[in-house]
Design a protein around this ligand. Sequence first.
Ligand SMILES: Nc1ncnc2c1ncn2[C@@H]1O[C@H](COP(=O)(O)OP(=O)(O)OP(=O)(O)O)[C@@H](O)[C@H]1O
Ligand SMILES: [Mg+2]
Length: 371
Amino acid sequence: MNIGVLGAGQLGRMLALAGYPLANRFTFLDTTGHPSAGIGDVMVYTDQHHLLDDFLAKVDLVTYEFEHLPVALVQAIEERKPVYPSSEAIRVCQNRAEEKALFDRLGIPTPAYRLVEHADELEAAARELGCPVVAKSVTEGYDGKGQAVIRDPAEAHDAWRAIGHPRLIVEAFVDFVREVSIIAVRGRDGEVVFYPMAENVHVDGILRYSLAPLPDLDDAVQQTADDYIRALLDELDYVGVLTLELFQTRDGGLLANEMAPRVHNSGHWTIDGAVTSQFENHLRAIQGLPLGDTAARMPTCMVNVIGREGDAAELLALPDAHLHRYDKSERPGRKLAHVNLLAPTHAELLDRVRACAALLPEAPAPTFSFE
Ligand SMILES: Nc1ncnc2c1ncn2[C@@H]1O[C@H](COP(=O)(O)OP(=O)(O)OP(=O)(O)O)[C@@H](O)[C@H]1O
Ligand SMILES: [Mg+2]
């Protein structure tokens, strides 16, 4: 099976690494001009139709690792090859307004929000919702880019200019206990499996640590998250891995932040920490194969390596540490690698995470909600 992947970054690279044991081959179509997968067959798309024809001639089915793609392109591909998940999933997930409307329709709670198209509307929304609020561009955001926290309505005009986008979503700022995510996989036959939820630590809008399973998570909270993501999967007739980012509030409730129609950074722990990784399960799902066990093998933490790499030999000397490098050059804020750490108990895991962070020049202090 030759799998076509739209996007060609580290997520695509890790998909390919998971697919080689299944004798899959990979052809990537990059639309950014900066592919970094460094694996498989990489084509750079430049609106030339023969290039799309060449890509489609090579592949049996198409998936993606990047959602900021023209929907029309995905629809055109869908007319000629099977695409999993569908162009409808990408249309909804690349647009925060569509995403929130779907959450509302399915009864999935979210932070209070307004859509605005003018600086004055942004100021009015900040007043109505009550500061602080977070303003986000409706499309194209990632790693906290295209966002601003507004602490006083008087800051709205500056925030509007700084974001520089014609349509924003403004959300009440959630005083969360922790950020969590749920990753689930739906097969072509509608079977759904769920990973244990992870706690995600962000600094300046960028994910730094994901840890799973959580030692203090009520079964009822996992069940609620499972129900939310199952509703989304079924509604979208989704095939593959879907990620839902959530805020957990003081009363134990969950508010949906956003979703990603693909394998996700908060699921990288599954490569070494789960019986079947998110990457393998995504490939199984889109090929109509049985889904693999999602159970965690041990408490696991993923440490993102951002901006500057640490010394590989020192990192690999840590017990049960697994380094996954993306073969990219160093640049401030750029995701370069991650380290998965496993330990028999959460206490030992936290010791290993601290030891790992001490070896990474740019790593913030690791702190988790359950410490
Ligand atoms: N309403 C909110 N209340 C509190 N914090 C928020 C809110 N919205 C976003 N944040 C913080 O900013 C981070 C990034 O926001 P969000 O997930 O919407 O953006 P993103 O740029 O799409 O991120 P990514 O795609 O990298 O996950 C969140 O993980 C959270 O830490
Ligand atoms: Mg996010």
